[in-house]
Design a protein. Structure first.
Length: 220
């Protein structure tokens, strides 16, 4: 029985391109793998705290000498890391805010990346498949005027593969502001095409990943 950790970070609980696509992914995953488990962590509804001095210093101190604040911070990081480690696959909704990921998602990553545990090529989540829905209001694809402003895929690719040693795959719904910004109205057909493609990719990738993990479990 495979477990999917589903992390959403879009501020809006509705009218969210990334949430629409992650929901489509989960639906296909569940249909393909009904005996599987889905853990949903909504970072907008329940944001995790940013790393602080107590959380960082606890990692360099003997647990027997931890202060009350260090014990609480270390326990919380352990809870998040254990949740990540329990997942066979990870799905992340990562809308672009001001050219990069939401601060809530950055806080979660800082909490779960623990050097000597989850962090590193030999870490506890090395090789784990991550699927990221990287939605954005415009287009930052190669060759576009704002290509150099893209700090979602570039950042997450380095963090997930370089710091967690995991796999990463992207689904990218673009031009999501076209229906609501009159200045972009001529781009609505391109937005609709991108949205359709993203939803199709979510369905296909979820089914393929569920089948892959089921096959791996059978062989094991």
């Amino acid at each position: 029985m495979a477990t999917l950790l589903h992390v959403d970070s879009a501020i809006s609980p509705t009218a969210s391109a990334s949430r629409d696509v992650t929901a489509a992914f989960v639906k296909a995953w569940t249909e393909t793998h009904p005996e599987g488990r889905v853990i949903h962590r909504d970072l907008a509804a329940h944001p995790v705290p940013h790393l602080d001095h107590f959380a960082v210093s606890a990692g360099f101190a003997d647990p027997s000498e931890h202060t009350e604040e260090q014990r609480a911070a270390a326990a919380f990081r352990d809870e998040l890391a254990t949740e990540l480690e329990s997942a066979d696959a990870v799905l992340i909704g990562a809308p672009m805010y001001n050219f990069t990921i939401p601060s809530t998602l950055k806080a979660w990553l800082d909490q779960v990346i623990i050097v000597g545990r989850t962090g590193g090529e030999a870490g506890t989540v090395a090789g784990r498949p991550f699927t990221v829905v990287a939605s954005r209001g415009g287009s930052y694809a190669a060759g576009t005027p704002r290509e150099s402003f893209e700090f979602v895929q570039n950042y997450l690719e380095k963090v997930v593969t370089g710091m967690l040693g995991a796999e990463i795959d992207f689904i990218v719904p673009e031009l999501t502001l076209a229906p609501v910004n009159p200045a972009l109205s001529e781009l609505i057909p391109l937005f609709e095409s991108s949205r359709t493609k993203a939803l199709e990719e979510a369905d296909e990738k979820a089914r393929a990943l569920a089948a892959r993990l089921t096959e791996a479990a059978t062989v094991a």
